[in-house]
Design a binder for this molecule. Structure first.
Ligand SMILES: [Zn+2]
Length: 106
């Protein structure tokens, strides 16, 4: 029990897989947008999915150069996927994950 607690505290800082993850539970992150759809990856960390969002933004800027006042942008945002016993739930990031990505002033 004590070790589990240590692992959880540790995982918040270093983004190793969450201690709650196990045989019947899988957690991953995707870059998802209503317009752009999902990136199709199963990122291990929110940070990696966020980088995927940034890559999509760059790809769009190259494909659709900005012409003032219009600017093409990617609507992909990081979503957390939690699969428990085969049932997948899509979640927004929690405050800890947001803070890791965007700093304390998200
Ligand atoms: Zn991706």
């Amino acid at each position: 029990m004590f070790q589990l607690l240590i692992q959880e505290m540790h995982s918040e800082r270093t983004e190793i897989p969450l201690a709650s993850e196990g045989e019947n539970m899988k957690i991953w992150y995707e870059a998802v947008g209503e317009v752009r759809g999902s990136c199709g990856h199963r990122h291990r960390t929110a940070k990696a999915a966020d980088r995927c969002c940034e890559n999509d933004q760059r790809a769009i800027e190259i494909a659709y150069p900005s012409t003032y006042p219009t600017r093409a942008y990617s609507d992909r945002r990081v979503k957390k996927f939690v699969e428990t016993d085969g049932v997948v739930e899509v979640q927004d990031l929690n405050d800890i994950e947001k803070e890791q990505l965007y700093g304390s002033a998200f």
